[in-house]
Design a protein around this ligand. Structure first.
Ligand code: HEM
Length: 300
């Protein structure tokens, strides 16, 4: 854990501010129950809270711990023991796999709750500003320590690797990003060819003996492929920006290409066997698409 004295120095946290917080303890402690209720209202609105606070026993234990933590915020004594206690909270959260986002959001609530209640009935403006600064600092130091466990967990995973492993990992990451950019370029090329296909189908419609019905269906099919290719490019852009990659877009492109074939073959009687096979493949792809979609919904 980072030296707690240097942490206090970095936040320019003074003994006077510690004293100010201690003087606020009585007032803030009288609101502890209200704090816990509102804290829970806030975190319960975060997507998967119930997955972490699984049952009544854990919830009531956590509520009590939150209450004590809140009262300790205004303890006035911020020594090694206090920062060890904060660090342990962070470790527990890392152990249960709680995303940092939840902790950050909870802290945003803590900040607004404390400031909102400080606002009420203050007498001396200069003193009030000092109190606000002290509260902001203790909240920020708490957040700093609670999230440092997350950073250390990441760092320790990296540090535990040997030099060769680190080099391989960094090399692989670089290679992966080059391949992704190559893929984005290749997809742009596919979209470009799909536009060409669309143009060619228009040409066939007007300047060949393909017939109006088949011609229009062919044009529709190539538009479908173009649309699916654009979807795929959109997914790849998301991926390059650090979001997940939806394999569903690939399945959609394959379905679009097959539907195009069905549109064209549906007009010729001698393609009945091909139509049946393509139909079966489309059904298979639809099931895969549905499975991928429902898995994604469950993990959201
Ligand atoms: C201001 C933010 C938070 C503070 C100060 C805090 C405080 C604590 C404390 C003091 C503990 C006990 C640590 C130990 O005994 O080792 C704990 C554990 C835990 N926290 Fe938090 N917590 C916060 C946010 C959250 C959020 C947002 C969630 C869930 C969405 C959460 C879920 C849990 C769970 C599941 C445990 C383990 C409970 C158990 O099994 O006893 N915490 N937290």
């Amino acid at each position: 854990m980072q030296d707690y004295n240097s942490l206090k120095q970095d936040y320019k946290f003074s003994d006077e501010e510690a004293e100010l917080l201690h003087n606020l303890q009585e007032k803030m402690q009288s609101m502890a129950n209200q704090f816990v209720d509102e804290f829970y209202d806030h975190i319960w609105g975060l997507g998967k809270t119930a997955q972490f606070l699984k049952d009544k026993e854990i919830i009531s234990r956590h509520k009590e711990k939150i209450r004590l933590w809140y009262i300790h915020l205004f303890n006035g004594t911020y020594d090694l023991q206090y920062f060890r206690y904060l660090y342990k909270i962070g470790e527990t959260h890392v152990k249960i796999g709680l995303p940092t986002h939840y902790v950050n959001s909870a802290f945003n609530f803590v900040r607004t709750f404390a400031l909102r209640n400080l606002e009420e009935n203050f007498e001396d403006k200069a003193q009030h500003i000092k109190e606000i600064l002290a509260v902001e600092k203790i909240i920020d130091m708490n957040l700093d320590v609670l999230t440092s466990s997350y950073r250390e967990e990441e760092l320790s995973k990296f540090l535990s690797l040997s030099k060769i492993e680190k080099t391989i990992l960094s090399g692989l990451k670089k290679f992966n990003s080059y391949v992704n950019f190559f893929l984005a370029g290749a997809l742009a090329l596919v979209a470009f060819f799909a536009i060409g296909l669309f143009g060619y189908d228009i040409y066939l419609l007007f300047f060949s003996d393909i017939g109006i019905e088949k011609g229009i269906l062919t044009v529709l099919g190539s538009l479908l492929v173009l649309w699916a290719a654009i979807e795929l490019i959109h997914e790849e852009i998301n991926h390059l920006q650090g979001k997940g990659f939806a394999i569903g877009a690939f399945i959609m492109l394959a379905m679009a290409a097959l539907i195009r074939k069905i549109l064209i073959y549906s007009l010729s009687a001698d393609k009945a066997d091909d139509l049946l096979i393509i139909g079966a493949v489309i059904v298979g792809l639809s099931i895969s698409y549905w499975l991928v979609g429902s898995k994604k919904d469950r993990s959201n």
